[in-house]
Design a protein. Sequence first.
Length: 299
Amino acid sequence: MWALINDTATQITLVVSVILIVAMVIIIKYVLRHMRDSSAAVPAGEHTYDGIAEGLSPTPVGMHLIMCGLVLFFFWYIFVGYPIWSWNQADQYDEEVSTYKQNFDETWKNADKNTLIAMGESIFNAKCVACHGYTGEGQNGMAANLLEYGTEKHISGVIRKGSKGLGYLIPEMPPQTVAIEAMFGKENLDGNINNVAAYVMQLSGRTAKHGDPASGQKVFVAVCQSCHGPEGNGKGAAGNIPNFSKDLTTYATDVDVIRTLQLGKKGSIGTMPNFAEEGTLSEIQYRAVAAFVSTELNE
């Protein structure tokens, strides 16, 4: 509250208010003293009501001055102090939040990895645990299991169930089991899905632990590259359409986590918030959450 004292319009408002209050007190005291000391009869007008006559004594000059001052102050307040066409509380709040974010990012721009992880954990506990749980396991399917994020198991689950959201030109990835069955047969469906997952891990620079990336590449070319592109960079079969689909080369990296935070995600219990639209996280805070998710939850 006291920070508002630094605002020029607020200072002028306070000064004028004090002046008006002091002037009003002086005039009231003068009127009361005049009424007590005066013995002259007050001239009455023609209008009476229930025995009470209209008094014709003039109002004090000070009252007129105060009235004129209030009118002038009103116009100053509306057109100069806080113009009604250029100020509102929502804009002021957004400006204050933006300034705070800039100061916050400037303060922590050189934060080391451990500091970012600790900061990310605090943000995760404040904004993410309601759906993902304190351990990040997704609370029995309520939300994505972040302990599996960055693993072949998670990729296999996406292949089987599909995915929605994230703001790509292709808004929804349907389950791919039918396409894999049609092209490679039903007998080795699980094996082919595991192999594709292993290949995607390899695309993002990770080591596959279960499937065969070489075999998975053949399935990927037949089923997946039409959307994700021949290099898996999400630019489609033509290879030159930005944001066509998910960039698999950055899967489970900080870039991938930040993109999810900024664009939101559709899940089985609803839509994950779009923190970019909400404007509640700064750039450093995005990096902090990404560091926590990619380092602590799925080492």
